[in-house]
Design a protein around this ligand. Structure first.
Ligand code: HSE
Length: 285
């Protein structure tokens, strides 16, 4: 039997649509695998009622099939489904890592990223490795068609999850299909600034890199109260705010020790527009 913990993740970070991702120290899924003749899945934890236990429809089950590693898989969800915090990626990543060990498959972490991304693709329709990469490798990750690059980073973060439903499909439809040269230059500048900030563990640079974006900014209107939540977070000391993944979670980059005041400001702002929310005070893990 093998047990692993797979963290929540946040993709895009404003300027890195489908490219950037980071692992959060919390929340997390815990996945336990045990050899079996055929794959079965048992789900407990937050949002379990929305997660299929049919292996063909569960990212972890698809990963077991991909690895030819049948197992009884127990998934204890800490990451709510449809949160913008990489819930299905956490299960796929955990299954890939745990089954690789259980069956001694010998795959490298980068190969496991590709396997876990296939698990996500089979269930969600599109393969985005920007969540599974940080879930497996930790830290900050940069995913391209050919490569996955990982950077250890230590940055304080608040992830605020409102009780709002945003479908990834809708969220992808609002992203512009083309941008002008001005927006492109701005996005490249933000992405480079953010990456430099990750190398330096500098929340000021990372926050600046989140601020102006021409692609994922189109998703902000899907989140009731987003503008007020962002302004409140910035007033409380956050250095930058962005939609986490496809939403509805909102990610705030904080200065050292600043998570508490930023979290309560964000919760207050959602409360003012009658939206219940919870805030994770965490950091890149
Ligand atoms: N990069 C993806 C998106 C992550 O923002 O749509 C969610 O799967």
């Amino acid at each position: 039997m093998v047990t692993v913990r797979a963290p929540a993740t946040s993709a895009n970070l404003g300027s890195g649509f489908d490219v950037f991702g980071l692992a959060l120290e919390r929340p997390a899924d815990v996945v336990r695998v045990e050899r079996a003749d055929e794959t079965t899945i048992e789900v407990t934890g937050v949002g379990r009622q929305y997660i299929p236990e049919n292996p063909a429809k569960n990212t972890a089950g698809v990963v077991a099939e991909e690895l030819d590693a049948p197992a009884h898989i127990e998934i204890d969800k800490g990451v709510r489904p449809s949160s913008g915090l990489g819930s299905s990626a956490a299960s796929a990543a955990a299954a890939a890592v745990a089954l690789n060990e259980l069956y001694d498959c010998g795959l490298t972490p980068t190969e496991l990223v590709r396997v876990a991304a296939e698990g996500e693709a089979a269930v969600s329709g599109e393969a985005h490795a920007d969540n599974v990469a940080p879930a497996i490798l930790g830290g900050f990750t940069i995913v391209t068609d050919e490569d996955v690059t990982q950077v250890d980073a230590s940055i304080p973060i608040v992830a605020c999850l409102p009780e709002i439903v945003v479908s990834t499909r809708d969220a992808r439809q609002v992203v512009p299909q083309s941008v002008g040269i001005g927006e492109l230059v701005g996005t490249v500048g933000d992405a480079a600034t953010l990456t430099a900030g990750m190398f330096r563990d500098d929340p000021e640079l990372v926050g600046k890199g989140l601020r102006n974006n021409s692609l994922t900014g189109a998703r902000e209107p899907l989140i009731k109260g987003f503008d007020a939540v962002r302004e409140s977070a910035l007033s409380a000391g956050a250095t930058g705010v962005a939609v986490s993944g496809a939403g509805p979670s909102v990610l705030a980059v904080c200065r050292e020790g600043g998570q508490g005041s930023v979290a309560s400001a964000m919760l207050d702002a959602f409360f003012d527009v009658d939206v219940e929310a919870r805030a994770y005070q965490t950091s890149i893990g």
